[in-house]
Design a protein around this ligand. Structure first.
Ligand code: MSP
Length: 666
């Protein structure tokens, strides 16, 4: 069968009410690796991402900041684009749901639905519970209910809505799953979806009257579209569905999507609602919905509202883009939940990238430089053990890539790397080099090792685009590594006589502790810009406390805590005894604070707002029971409380009346 030449992959569009964290970058990185892989297989790839900019939670987030929703989403969508740029995500299309092309597409889709399946949309009074965080209709009765996704209490809504007759699509959906068992992957997710549909489907509301921040319903502008109807349509609007009668040329070429990559919590919208919406509109269905697991942090889903997030930027700045990609794709079995830990990230960096691929490539190139003047020696007659091992490893790796089994694909490649390391230890070319009678053998060993480095680079390029590009160039290869045909890598492709270069360390060796501290300090700056001292949101002790994470302006703030929760935070009055700058850190001051029964050393991010001498003798408020942590190598035992002024500068909390050092705040 001739293979279709186009491949269309999508990420979910991200809620533009807060900045992306490692969990949200995960889906995008995965899609980027797949897109790069498919391009290397010769496909013409369209890769869509974007931002989900409507809905009540955006409206509320903007209200809290005292700005218009449009201003908030304009600002936040740029943060997503900047991150994708930093991560070198090669998306081809970016859709914003507040764009006019998207609004036109949503209206076009509903009009088409009313034309082709007039019975599928009707108006009805609705009373029920709705989760504004997950945009989910939780129950169709007014009794209190909790959201099954986030566990928060759902809000009561009562209004007239347009409904989609989802109940009428049960049979067709079950038939779809029966005929295309790969429509939903991994297969255990298909079982969940099938059981949900078999249990009977309720009609779903697809418009809202109570909110303004949305796309108006055609000819009935009192209603705006329910965010999921709006958001799902982005997969088509992003490639030009609104254009002309049949969509743009791009839409005609790329639709239907080959895969919608999503996180597991939004599977119902994608595998039940979306195909039903498309069936009603008589449009082609996406070919596959792949639902991956969550990245967990301390066993919980990483999420900004819980304060347990890691951000990609600091990792990329300290370890590089490839390290983050490699870790996320290697450490977790794709499809299952996986744990995120900075320690595991640094361990992988050190073991697999510095000592594994990086070391192998540098060693081999250095030996060719030293023993053959930087020129690739003669190609041996036979492929040898490495060539044979590659002929096994290559198809296995490709098969894993095809199935999005990244951890297995990388495992396969790294096993091959170990084999090449073992080959070098065994042959000991450094000994051969000392013996002129072994020149031919030496040439054979180094040709084979360099060829192995070449094929490893091609195979791992979708995951490690930057390092492999460097190795490729150092191997004297032209044509660009991304343009290589990954499905047909021939052993022996390295041409004798090619000049190679000795690379600088591809993955520099780093001091584990220092790298970890640098990442932590930068994360803290993101969590709590210009504030006092780290919110320590990476430790359970402080996650969700009165730290910067909870006080950040973009968090929802609607969650209530009990008095018992509050009493866990030990806030005390402190008297500043001394303060000095922390060497090499513009924002940090080391402050010694008397809290009655002891003098505490606290590192605070206030140097841009306060000179050390301004602080001495001043009464401040500190959080006394935060777990100790180090910033730039200096231990900090607590946090000084401050508010953030409109210009972003911290303003210390203080008292109008006199109060003794050590007094507790209650
Ligand atoms: N806006 C909707 C999607 C609409 S698609 C038509 C949405 N947005 S989201 O910003 O909340 O999530 C976007 C994606 O990020 C989801 O696939 C979600 O699973 C993923 N992740 C967010 N946090 C995550 C983890 N901690 N781990 C893995 N992925 C997670 O849902």
């Amino acid at each position: 069968m001739e293979k279709s030449n186009k491949y269309y992959i999508t990420t979910p569009i991200y809620y533009a009410n807060s900045r992306p964290h490692v969990g949200s970058a995960y889906t995008t990185i995965v899609c980027d690796a797949i897109a790069r892989y498919k391009r290397m297989c010769g496909y013409d790839v369209a890769f869509l991402t974007g931002t989900d900019e409507h809905g009540v939670n955006i409206e509320r987030a903007a209200e809290k900041l005292g700005i218009k929703p449009a201003e908030l989403v304009d600002r936040n969508q740029q943060i997503f684009r900047d991150l994708w740029k930093l991560l070198d995500i090669q998306y081809t299309h970016f859709i914003r749901t507040t764009s006019s092309e998207h609004a036109l597409a949503v209206q076009k889709l509903v009009r088409r639905t009313m034309k082709h399946s007039p019975d599928s949309i009707y108006k009805k009074k609705y009373e029920g519970r709705y989760c504004i965080y997950d945009n989910l209709y939780v129950s169709d009765t007014p009794e209190p209910a909790e959201c099954p996704i986030c566990g928060r209490p759902a809000e009561l809504i009562s209004e007239e809505n347009y409904f989609f007759r989802l109940s009428a699509y049960q049979g067709r959906l079950l038939e779809l799953y029966r005929q295309n068992p790969e429509f939903v992957q991994p297969d255990f997710r298909l079982n969940e979806v099938r059981s949900f549909v078999e249990a009977g489907l309720k009609d779903v509301s697809i418009s809202r009257k109570s909110i303004k921040w949305g796309i108006p319903w055609p000819d009935d502008p009192e209603h705006v579209f329910y965010v999921w109807y709006d958001a799902l349509t982005s997969y088509m609007s992003g490639i030009g569905y609104a254009d002309g009668e049949n969509g743009s040329a791009e839409y005609q070429k790329y639709w239907p999507a080959d895969v919608h990559m999503i996180g597991k919590e939004i599977i119902r919208f994608h595998a039940v609602y979306w195909p039903a919406f498309l069936m009603a509109a008589e449009l082609l269905l996406p070919k596959k919905i792949f639902a991956h697991g969550w990245l967990l942090f301390e066993q919980e889903k990483m999420s900004k509202s819980k304060g347990n997030v890691a951000y990609p930027e600091p990792i990329v700045k300290v370890l590089g883009n490839d390290a983050l990609r490699y870790y996320l794709l290697r450490e977790t079995v794709f499809g299952q939940d996986g744990n995120f830990s900075r320690e595991a990230l640094l361990t992988r960096y050190e073991a697999d990238l510095v000592s594994g691929l990086g070391n192998l490539a540098s060693r081999v190139l250095a030996m060719i430089e030293n023993y053959f003047g930087g020129v690739i020696p003669e190609r041996p007659e036979s492929e040898g053990t490495l060539g044979w091992a590659f002929s096994q490893a290559s198809p296995a790796t490709l098969q894993h890539y095809e199935e999005f089994n990244f951890s297995l694909a990388l495992q396969e490649i790294w096993q091959f790397i170990s084999l090449v390391d073992g080959y070098l230890v065994n042959k000991a070319p450094w000994k051969m080099a000392a013996d002129s009678s072994k020149r031919t053998e030496l040439a054979e060993v180094l040709y084979n090792a360099a060829e192995a480095v070449r094929v490893i680079s091609i195979l791992s390029h979708p995951v490690l685009p930057h390092a492999t590009e460097i190795i490729w160039k150092n191997l004297g290869q032209s044509g660009g590594i991304a343009a290589q045909d990954i499905e047909h890598i021939e052993w022996g492709g390295l041409s004798p006589g090619t000049h190679v270069a000795k690379p600088d360390a591809i993955f520099p060796r780093l001091d584990f502790k220092e790298a970890s501290e640098r990442i932590e300090a930068m994360e803290q700056e993101i969590r709590n810009p210009g504030s006092t001292q780290p919110a320590a949101a990476t430790t359970p002790a402080s996650a969700g406390g009165v730290t910067g994470a909870a006080a950040a302006p973009t968090t929802s703030g609607t969650e209530k805590i009990s008095i018992e929760d509050f009493s866990k935070v030990e806030m005390r009055v402190g008297l500043v005894k001394s303060a000095e700058k922390v060497a090499g850190a513009d924002k940090l001051l080391k402050v010694m604070v008397d809290i009655g029964d002891e003098v505490r050393q606290i590192v605070a991010g206030i140097a841009m707002a306060y000179a050390p001498e301004q602080l001495v003798g001043r009464k401040v408020v500190i959080v006394a029971n935060l777990a100790p942590r180090k910033l730039r190598g200096v231990e900090s035992n607590g946090m000084i409380v401050a508010a953030t002024a409109p210009d972003g500068k911290p303003v210390l909390c203080t008292f109008a009346e006199d109060v003794p050092a050590g007094a507790r705040l209650k």
